[in-house]
Write a protein that binds this ligand. Structure first.
Ligand SMILES: NC(=O)c1ccc[n+]([C@@H]2O[C@H](COP(=O)([O-])OP(=O)(O)OC[C@H]3O[C@@H](n4cnc5c(N)ncnc54)[C@H](OP(=O)(O)O)[C@@H]3O)[C@@H](O)[C@H]2O)c1
Length: 408
């Protein structure tokens, strides 16, 4: 049996500050990595890097390329610095560019509100990363420099549209061997979201999923395409709603039954089917009015929605009132539906390296494949944002990042 070092605790008491001189420029192919230490703390030479940043919230024109973004620093001993080879774009990045979630995320970055408003700028977006570890904090045992890793970056941290990013060792996982960096960067954010919604909130796991009937509302996007494959890998029966031109695509991922929401009232078509054990809602809004009636009552069946008013409430009402409002809404809805014998839940993205470890095994076993809709170069980041804002997704958008400074 092989024994691997265990993952370190996310927060540890001793601090360490590191990094400066970049001795050997390392490409994203590990074969060319030299045997020398990748960073030295003896001389400050590399303290800036290329990145796409925003200096204020707004439309696409707030995205600005700079060669002078601050180089990430290891502040905690369980952190690592990763050289980014590919970064994933999610609908959340487009929303964050416009200021969505700013109140809660600012509080998470600066809980005691010591800094002035606007101190999050220049802000780097990008929630998925696949790349190579350059430097590990003193407490990182599970990973080492030159490991190829991928991760979903929590939205309160600096993102991956940059040459380097700093992450906690608990947020990263080794890149699936069978995937390129571009493919690997399409998975972490949607995988951690689907895992958190289906496993942590919905209570599914590989041992209890067989024969369960799962409904995925909005199955053709990033989260949906991952969720379909995960449930199928665990033996569940999957029904999906999507537009007609996505039907073949979602069937190819394993969906057993597909309902076209553009062909007429989708709730009527779904009511004609056998009831469900779990519903994952990627659409929200009107769906809450009818979706819970589709669950098997008094069997522990759950409705989990990813479209919640949580961040919007804190943006509009401030942290305290916004959270109170969210708790009241959530409690009222949960009680109302509990009286009818079904569970109402909100699902949230949760960064987790251990979950990505399990997902890596499923990917390398061929049970889950990445769904990359479109690949952009680093110089095309604004174009990728524009496209995501306008069009429907079929899986994920990925930005390939190699020698990012050279593209300009
Ligand atoms: N709470 C959290 O922490 C969290 C985390 C991640 C994501 N989310 C939310 O979860 C949702 C899904 O995320 P995503 O990354 O998968 O988004 P996405 O990639 O944009 O996918 C959404 C998909 O829904 C389909 N769609 C649109 N209207 C529909 C309808 N009425 N019925 C059925 N399908 C419809 C669209 O394709 P077609 O119509 O062309 O088929 C699209 O592919 C987003 O609202 C996102 O903000 C929340």
């Amino acid at each position: 049996m092989l024994v691997f070092p265990t993952r370190t605790a996310p927060w540890s008491s001793n601090f360490c500050t590191t990094v400066s001189l970049f001795k050997n420029k390392v490409s994203c192919q590990s074969s060319v990595v030299s045997s020398h230490r990748l960073f030295s703390t003896t001389k400050i030479c590399w303290n800036i890097m290329p990145a796409w940043v925003i200096d204020k919230y707004g439309a696409n024109d707030v995205l600005r390329f700079t060669k002078n973004a601050a180089f990430p620093i290891i502040n905690y001993p369980n952190e690592v610095i990763v050289k980014v080879c590919a970064a994933g774009l999610n609908p959340l990045d487009v929303s964050m560019r416009g200021g969505y979630g700013a109140a809660t995320l600012s509080m998470k970055r600066d809980p005691l509100t010591i800094k002035q408003a606007g101190m999050e700028f220049p802000l780097i977006l990008g929630r998925d990363v696949s790349g190579v570890i350059m430097e590990c904090g003193l407490d990182v045992k599970y990973f080492k420099a030159r490991d190829e890793v991928c991760a979903a970056i929590p939205p309160w941290k600096q993102g991956s549209f940059a040459e380097f990013v700093v992450l906690s060792g608990n947020e990263i996982s080794l890149k699936p061997k069978s995937l390129s960096h571009v493919e690997a960067a399409s998975l972490p954010y949607v995988a951690n979201t689907a895992w958190s919604a289906l496993v942590n909130t919905g209570g599914l796991n590989k041992d209890n999923c067989a024969k369960k009937r799962i409904l995925i509302l909005g199955g053709s996007g990033g989260v949906g395409t991952f969720a379909i494959q995960m449930v199928k890998a665990w033996g569940g029966h999957v029904t999906v709603t999507c537009s007609q031109n996505a039907e073949r695509f979602v069937r190819g991922l394993g969906a057993d039954h597909v309902v076209d929401y553009t062909a007429g009232p989708v709730d009527e078509s779904l009511r004609a089917l056998e009831k469900f054990d779990l519903i994952l809602d990627n659409i929200g809004g009107d769906t809450e009015r009818w979706a819970l009636d589709l669950l098997k009552p008094w069997t522990g069946a759950k409705y989990v929605t990813l479209v919640t008013p949580f961040l919007q409430n804190t943006d509009l009402l401030g942290i305290a009132d916004g959270m109170l409002q969210s708790a009241a809404t959530m409690g009222r809805k949960a009680l109302k539906h509990l009286a009818k014998g079904v569970h109402y839940r909100w699902g949230f993205f949760a960064p987790s390296g251990p979950a990505l470890d399990d997902i890596r095994e499923m990917v390398d076993a061929g049970q889950i494949r990445p769904v990359v809709e479109e690949i952009f170069n680093f110089s095309e980041v604004p174009k990728a944002f524009e496209k995501m804002e306008k069009g429907h997704a079929r899986g994920k958008t990925v930005v390939q990042i190699s020698n990012p400074g050279d593209e300009f």
